[in-house]
Write a protein that binds this ligand. Structure first.
Ligand SMILES: *[C@@H]1O[C@H](CO)[C@@H](O)[C@H](O)[C@H]1NC(C)=O
Ligand SMILES: *[C@@H]1O[C@H](CO)[C@@H](O)[C@H](O)[C@H]1NC(C)=O
Ligand SMILES: *[C@@H]1O[C@H](CO)[C@@H](O)[C@H](O)[C@H]1NC(C)=O
Ligand SMILES: *[C@@H]1O[C@H](CO)[C@@H](O)[C@H](O)[C@H]1NC(C)=O
Ligand SMILES: *[C@@H]1O[C@H](CO)[C@@H](O)[C@H](O)[C@H]1NC(C)=O
Ligand SMILES: *[C@@H]1O[C@H](CO)[C@@H](O)[C@H](O)[C@H]1NC(C)=O
Ligand SMILES: *[C@@H]1O[C@H](CO)[C@@H](O)[C@H](O)[C@H]1NC(C)=O
Length: 459
């Protein structure tokens, strides 16, 4: 190919020389270039052209030469190089264009537009071919995406492109990447640069999606997602190991589980008489009777993150036989674990005053955490008759001062939500007093005032 080109080159030089000798331009004016040849940076696969503008060409010819390989590409509009992607157009006047379609990396280099004067006149332009980044599929990455906790994981991302792409890693959810190193300890950073991300001593918190992003200034930037799986034995945490609730109420028992792969979770009831021992993973637990979802029991799971979730067991309308010990268990391929919660009865003193609210309220009481239990028990003073009030109802006391304020401040507020008669407005209630001594109040007013007082009473 090269020798052919050289031969052609010589031939053409001879031809040009001969033709020059044959038709010496009589004019004093020599051809001149009107503009510099452009420089091009082209993305691979695109089309591009160089424009050569020559005035006073007369009978001289314009030739295109790839100066780094010295290959003659074209003379006038005649193609010399056998490259279907090259072509020359002439506008019939002074403009020649060398077109290159579907640009390839080996098209890069210096192009010359030459006129066969003696000495020849020429100008050159450069073409740089760039290639957008691409991420190669490496077979070995698939397996290494799962590691046991404290193990090592290497994520690799080899990128091609011109110029050579820069590869950075980041976590899809924006959390920091944790890098552990024997010498420098732990480093946390939002991004890491390099084709290989080595996660040493990987922890469960590092589970999730990682992105490798390759960029080299040539759009589009590309990325690849890797899902990192960290496997470990299941763990159960129970924040409220002791739950007290009154008969007839609904209660919620909760276990927090961390497990990867996801565990098989089960609730058990130890009812004292039947103790069923289950032997799994060479461990023995006294689990009891397995609970299933039914009208009495609601069992649900809420996913917290990639490896943690909350197990809820709601027991409805507690009766005496429901009190006892409940156990949640979590089992995955690595291990089984379990934790127990004691549910005991909360004795409620009988109400001393009957009000229309008290009877309505009983039975709606929801579960309470032991942390709330203290508060709950300290509420059990005689004055707080309606202590089984659902949580939502408690707000009525805190919102009460607002109501009182309003009626105080503006006797008859125009845009007020006011079916309240004017004479009921100036209520003399103090908010605090209102809550504390509500039972002592007489229902003296009609309209909204009456409603407000009933809310007081209910609290
Ligand atoms: C093309 O690049 C060369 C060298 O890089 C430079 O000397 C020349 O001026 C450039 N031409 C144009 C038209 O910018
Ligand atoms: C340039 O590369 C293209 C595609 O890779 C190829 O077809 C062509 O033969 C190459 N041309 C030269 C002169 O090497
Ligand atoms: C990530 O690490 C950087 C530097 O180590 C720190 O400044 C930043 O607060 C961390 N961000 C998060 C979300 O932890
Ligand atoms: C304990 O559970 C077993 C199996 O469901 C049942 O037969 C038994 O009556 C229960 N005992 C008590 C005291 O509830
Ligand atoms: C489980 O209990 C938590 C805490 O009360 C609650 O936020 C969540 O919605 C419950 N999930 C289900 C499915 O009942
Ligand atoms: C009740 O009060 C709690 C906290 O005091 C608040 O978060 C909640 O939105 C209130 N509910 C209503 C219905 O006002
Ligand atoms: C209620 O009254 C108190 C003092 O009496 C005042 O600080 C507060 O802003 C009032 N609230 C409203 C909603 O008017």
């Amino acid at each position: 190919m090269a020798s052919q080109n050289v031969a052609l080159c010589v031939l053409i030089a001879v031809f040009l020389h001969v033709s020059l000798g044959q038709t010496p331009p009589k004019s004093e004016v020599l051809p001149e270039f009107l503009a510099l040849l452009e420089n091009h940076t082209v993305t691979q696969g695109r089309d591009v052209f160089f424009t050569c503008v020559v005035n006073h060409l007369q009978s001289y010819k314009v030739a295109w030469i790839k100066s780094d390989s010295r290959a003659i590409l074209a003379i006038h509009t005649h193609m010399v190089a056998h490259n279907p992607r090259l072509s020359v157009t002439h506008n019939g006047h002074n403009t020649w264009k060398l077109h290159v379609t579907n640009v390839q990396p080996n098209d890069s280099g210096t192009y010359m537009c030459q006129v066969n004067t003696d000495p020849m006149r020429s100008q050159t332009g450069h073409m740089k071919v760039v290639i957008p980044p691409d991420i190669m599929d490496l077979d070995d990455t698939a397996d290494s995406l799962t590691a046991e906790e404290n193990g090592d994981l290497r994520l690799r991302c080899r990128a091609t492109g011109n110029p050579k792409p820069v590869v950075i890693w980041r976590r899809e959810d924006g959390r920091n990447i944790t890098l552990r190193n024997e010498h420098q300890g732990i480093k946390r950073m939002p991004t890491y640069e390099g084709e290989q991300l080595h996660l040493r001593g990987i922890q469960r918190q590092e589970m999730g999606s990682y992105l490798c992003i390759a960029s080299n200034g040539v759009p589009p930037t590309v990325s690849k997602r890797y899902y990192v799986n960290v496997r470990f034995k299941p763990l159960i945490k129970v924040t409220n190991q002791l739950v007290a609730a009154p008969v007839d109420s609904d209660v919620l028992l909760q276990c927090y589980v961390e497990s990867s792969p996801k565990a098989l979770n089960t609730w058990y009831r130890n009812n004292g008489t039947d103790k069923i021992s289950t032997e799994l993973h060479l461990k023995t637990f006294t689990l009891g009777v397995k609970l299933l979802k039914d009208e009495k029991h609601d069992i649900s799971e809420v996913i917290i993150n990639d490896y943690a979730y909350q197990l809820n067991l709601t027991i409805r309308r507690l009766d005496k036989s429901d009190f006892g010990t409940y156990t949640c268990s979590a089992e995955n391929a690595y291990d089984i674990t379990a934790a127990s919660i004691r549910l005991q009865e909360l004795q409620i003193p009988k109400p001393t005053i009957t009000s229309p609210c008290n009877t309505e309220v009983i039975g709606k009481h929801a579960w309470r955490k032991p942390t709330e239990k203290k508060k709950y028990e300290s509420d059990l003073t005689p004055k707080n008759v309606g202590h089984t009030t659902p949580i939502s109802r408690r707000n009525s006391s805190s919102s009460l001062p607002n109501i009182v304020n309003k009626s105080r401040n503006s006797v008859f507020p125009a845009p007020a939500p006011a079916p309240a008669p004017a004479h009921s407005a100036p209520t003399q209630l103090d908010a605090q007093n209102g809550v504390r001594s509500s039972r002592d109040l007489q229902l003296r007013h009609i309209g909204l005032a009456v409603v407000v007082l009933i809310i007081f009473n209910c609290d």
